[in-house]
Design a protein around this ligand. Structure first.
Ligand SMILES: [Zn+2]
Length: 356
């Protein structure tokens, strides 16, 4: 989770000169205030993060998920996390105000942070806070769709809007049976007024582009079409890739980009995006550059510009994968059956809530 991942993506986007194009702008964010952070976190938790971040020692920091292997206490973690939140909020503001059709925070996507607990490398939940901020700014008169394509379940964001039918959360992820955080079963669909508005599409290890995009098409597309959100917020984690060292799904850059293309079309020019997980730094930089180019409607050369090409030995300096995972028929068949089961479950339990 080193920031180097984000820097590499930024350097690759710059090398393709995407930021120099007309209509594109780099915008500097302000850190989120404590009041903003309190939209989704308890005041006590925010104070604990601030205290530890400034060098204070707290005996029971583990109660807040801090000082653990995944969330070690590091100097200025409060400042860095608040800035990450501020950037996703700024992206949401730009889209809400019609100043941008799409805004992308490469340094966001911290979907595992809970109300009072850090988890899975996430301290503050920039996505949940940005969505709550949009609701605050519109006097609760906006419908927000959230789609999370990270390999891990978007548990923190789902949790924040679990009772709400105003925020539709959809997470497409590797099943919790095989991967952190263990949640996100297809039967988990929200509560009370929110029943049918928390959607989970778990998939199996070895899921490839074809199975992934089929399942995505069966669930995400009809739900977004029917929900008619005012704004789409997305988490674009790139750890579904077959080279990722933490997760076990088997997408290539084509599968990732295929999902991003659908999201672009379904956002109808009102799209606040954040990056997220992804633990092979060559892969994440290539995936997020492809996502950025898709947002900007630019076709990129397959050969990475000379200034950066040597940093991508994994694909011999190519942007998109030119080879994929070698899967056995049996692995594909297990992944396909798993996907079919998840799709059928969501259609049975969730679709009736949407008149589908
Ligand atoms: Zn992840």
């Amino acid at each position: 989770m080193k920031p180097e991942r984000i820097l590499r993506a930024y350097e690759l986007i710059k090398a393709y000169r995407l930021l120099d194009r007309e209509g594109l702008a780099t915008v500097e964010p302000e850190p989120a205030s404590d009041e903003d952070l309190a939209l989704c976190h308890s005041k006590e938790y925010v104070q604990v993060v601030k205290f530890l971040s400034g060098g204070g020692s707290a005996g029971a920091s583990w109660r807040y998920g801090l000082g653990t292997a995944d969330n070690p206490v590091v100097p200025q973690m409060y400042e860095a996390s608040a800035l990450s939140v501020g950037a996703t909020m700024r992206a949401a503001d730009l889209v809400l105000d019609g100043e941008a059709e799409v805004a992308f925070n490469l340094g966001g996507g911290m979907h595992h942070a809970h109300q009072e607990r850090a988890a899975g490398f996430c301290v503050f939940n920039d996505l949940a806070i940005a969505i709550a901020h949009l609701l605050r700014r519109t006097d609760n008169d906006a419908k927000i769709a959230y789609v999370d394509i990270d390999a891990h379940h978007g548990d923190g964001v789902q949790e924040a809007f679990y009772d709400s039918d105003q925020v539709l959360t959809i997470s497409v992820h590797e099943s919790g049976r095989f991967l952190f955080p263990g949640t996100g079963a297809a039967e988990d669909i929200g509560r009370g007024r929110g029943e049918g508005y928390a959607v989970n599409l778990p998939l199996a290890p070895f899921t490839d582009d074809e199975i992934y995009l089929w399942a995505f098409g069966e669930i995400v597309i009809p739900l977004l079409d029917s929900f008619q959100a005012d704004i789409l917020v997305t988490q674009l984690g790139a750890d579904t890739h077959y080279m990722d060292p933490l997760a076990h799904m088997c997408l290539t850059t084509d599968g990732f980009l295929g999902a991003v293309r659908h999201l672009k079309r379904l956002a109808h020019g009102r799209w606040a995006a954040a990056a997220g997980g992804g633990y092979d730094s060559e892969v994440v930089a290539r995936c997020w550059t492809l996502a950025f180019a898709e947002m900007a409607e630019v076709n990129l050369r397959q050969n990475i510009p000379k200034s950066q090409a040597a940093n991508y030995p994994g694909t011999s300096g190519q942007l998109r994968d030119h080879e994929g995972p070698e899967l056995k028929e049996e692995q594909k068949s297990v992944a396909r059956t798993f996907a079919e089961h998840s799709v059928a479950t969501v259609r049975r339990l969730v679709f009736p809530h949407h008149g589908l």
